[in-house]
Ligand binder design. Structure first.
Ligand code: DC
Length: 666
């Protein structure tokens, strides 16, 4: 999917359950791997960055397994050095894997290479490498000095003097040292291993997470202010047995914002965000204070937050965001909806994240119509006047947070859609972000629908499915509903004629359906193949001629129009079911051509039929579908004809997408 278009949204209400915290997940995995004993990890985040850590641990000889399809993992700690002493590790763009693994492997020693995607090779690591070299580690740059890839050798550790580390570029360097040095605690001098932070330590709350997790794994670090940290001689990692990963507080920020931006939702219960409460150990939970300052109404519940829309418009803020570097990005978008200019200060660390977030945010907010001052370490954002919003295609820079932030522009009062480029980059920390958002968001107007109607075997289903996949939309195969009704009737011995119309309509209204993974179940039975049989098509054509059956299936079909959009194929999508749909296509192909396609399909499935027989069947079904009194097969007045006799599937898909694009404001 190249892009995802978000229709304008009005508000958010209901309940969401958020995935686990990335910072906690990757720290816990590494600690569990290094500890003595087995650790049961509950609710681990499932995402690219965590997969990179899991892959690396497996490559290093750490046994772990996932319990079924759950988010629970069992890691068998190695209680010392990794069993595999030489490995080439690919860590993608996962800073939370690169930094701590570099430190741990450098302290333990071996012959390792650590690399990542090109952006990872632009993210600085020199301060960590300097600190590790100062204590005797052997690390070389195999590319540009100061950046990954790195090669690691065997150290000659000198732990008798304080280890200096810079704290003002990324707190992950200190985290990495704190996690690695207990591995050398048996070689420590009597006073322990001392780390001294040089310069002002940024993102202190992340250090707090590290210290809390070290304590859970049996290592108590002594802290003097945020300058000096001491690891006692003889410290050892021991598994806590079981550990639960809180939901990601940074991810919660998008939902807090969505609810705070709700102008139409009159649901008094607001939005409940499950998995993280006000007592979270994650620093980004302090985003709550900032959002409250802007006017959000947030209350804490056990392991959850509840957000109701509060003040409107939001109140402008001027805030030092050093303590919430990731979640502060969300404030930048909220600032578009404020009553005056907002300033986010002390955010220089944004420049060395997944992308240069300061420059990226300034550039993308301007596309929406905002005026933005970009300083070296601050952003000043002037809100957009209600009439000043522009429909924009937002670039995301392979940065999950840029994509999630951009989605909040869809709540704009101008009722404009927002295009998000490369939306799948959210997989870094929140693969189902958009699905989760759509689950609680209220569209401002009708969800967009593309209707593709046409005769039997014209290739509607293939075309509609492909268009839906390209747009990231839902797909409705309305013919399947008539096929299912026919099948249900046959199974229950109900004749498919007008005399049994009320009974057939009742069957259609109460079809015990379940759709999942591209398959369909009728009353617990997988009927995906059964409904594709020729007989089922004929039966469908017969039941579909009965007006009461058609009425019975109306609500089910209309309910398929869910965010972010629907591609629906059938006979009357454009005429009856979605008469106001913004794009309607009437697909045709000669009967001979269609019969040949169907013939090839059936032969591939091992069904033997004659071409002549198929041709006759198609003509009979066309005639019945066109002649019936209710919703006969015919183009809607505003449908665009598409004869695909001479087009490949890809060409037809491109044509429909081009028609759709021509209707977009981007
Ligand atoms: O598209 P299909 O072959 O799966 O459809 C099976 C039958 O269902 C078709 O002969 C006509 C009927 N149908 C309909 O009447 N209205 C629709 N929207 C879809 C299908």
């Amino acid at each position: 999917m190249e892009f995802l278009d978000l229709p304008p949204m009005l508000g958010a209400a209901g309940t969401v359950r958020l995935p686990g915290s990335k910072s906690i997940s990757n720290r816990v995995l590494l600690l569990a791997a290094l500890a003595e004993g087995e650790t049961d990890i509950r609710d681990l985040l499932s995402s690219d960055d965590v997969d990179r850590m899991l892959d690396a641990l497996r490559a290093l000889g750490v046994p772990w397994r996932r319990e079924g399809d759950s988010l629970n993992y069992r890691v068998t700690g190695v209680g010392g050095p990794f069993p595999v002493k030489s490995a080439d590790l690919f860590l993608g763009n996962a800073g939370t894997a690169m930094r701590p693994l570099t430190a741990a492997l450098a302290v333990l020693g071996g012959a390792y290479t650590l690399r990542g995607v090109p952006r990872m090779h632009e993210r600085p690591i020199g301060d960590l490498v300097d600190a590790l070299r100062a204590l005797g580690c052997r690390i070389d740059y195999s590319g540009q000095p100061g950046y990954p890839p790195l090669t690691i050798g065997t150290p000659a550790l000198q732990l008798d003097r304080p280890i200096p580390v810079r704290g003002d570029v990324s707190s992950q360097f200190l985290t990495a040292l704190l996690m690695a040095l207990p591995l050398a605690a048996d070689q420590a001098p009597a006073g322990g291993i001392v780390i001294e932070v040089q310069g002002e330590l940024i993102s202190k709350p992340y250090i707090d997470i590290t210290l809390k997790l070290l304590a859970r794994f049996g290592v108590a670090v002594q802290r003097e202010g945020w300058q000096r940290f001491t690891i006692a001689r003889g410290s050892r990692y021991r598994s806590p047995g079981q550990i639960h990963v809180e939901a990601d507080a940074s991810s919660a920020s998008y939902f807090i914002a969505a609810s705070a931006l709700s102008t139409g939702a009159n649901d008094q219960n607001g939005l409940k965000i499950e998995g993280v409460g006000l007592d979270s150990i994650q620093g980004d939970i302090r985003f709550v204070d900032a959002a409250r300052q802007m006017g959000a109404d947030i209350t804490g519940e056990p392991g959850a937050l509840r957000v109701r829309p509060g003040r409107w418009p939001l109140q402008a803020i001027d805030l030092d965001c050093n303590h919430i570097p990731d979640a502060a990005m969300t404030l930048a978008v909220m600032a578009l909806y404020a009553d005056g200019p907002s300033t986010l200060r002390n955010i220089a660390s944004w420049r060395v994240k997944e992308t240069d977030r300061l420059a990226a945010m300034a550039c993308e907010l301007r596309k929406l119509g905002a005026s933005v001052d970009e300083g070296l370490d601050f952003l000043r954002i002037t809100p957009i006047a209600p009439g000043g919003w522009r429909a924009a295609a937002i670039a995301t820079y392979d940065d999950h947070r840029m994509a999630m932030c951009a989605s909040l522009a869809a709540f704009n009062p101008g009722g404009l859609p927002v295009r998000i480029q490369d939306p799948r980059c959210v997989a870094k920390t929140f693969p189902d972000y958009f699905e989760t958002l759509f689950g609680i968001a209220q569209p401002r107007a009708n969800v967009p629908v593309i209707c593709i109607d046409g005769p039997t075997a014209s290739g509607k289903g293939t075309l509609a499915g492909a268009v839906a996949a390209r747009l990231g939309w839902h797909y409705l195969d309305s013919g399947a509903l008539y096929r299912l009704t026919g099948l249900a009737a046959r199974q229950q011995g109900v004749a498919l004629d007008a005399a049994h119309e009320p009974r057939l309509a009742e069957l259609a209204r109460t079809l015990p359906l379940r759709f999942a993974d591209g398959r369909v179940w009728l009353d617990g039975q997988d009927v995906s193949e059964a409904i594709r049989a020729e007989q089922a098509g004929m039966d469908a054509s017969r039941v579909s001629a009965l007006p009461a059956v058609r009425t019975a299936l109306l609500d089910l079909q209309r309910a398929a129009a869910r965010l972010p959009g629907l591609v629906a194929d059938g006979r009357d999508m454009g005429t009856v079911i979605f008469p106001t749909a913004p794009l309607k296509i009437f697909l045709t192909a000669g009967v001979q051509e269609r019969a040949e396609r169907r013939h090839r399909q059936l032969q591939a499935r091992g069904v033997s039929v004659t071409l002549e027989g198929l041709c006759a069947d198609l003509q009979e079904r066309d005639a019945r579908d066109q002649a019936r009194a209710t919703a006969p097969l015919k183009p809607a007045p505003d449908a665009l004809p598409l004869d695909n006799s001479r087009l490949s599937i890809e060409q037809s898909v491109e044509q429909v997408l081009a028609w759709w694009q021509a209707r977009q404001p981007f």
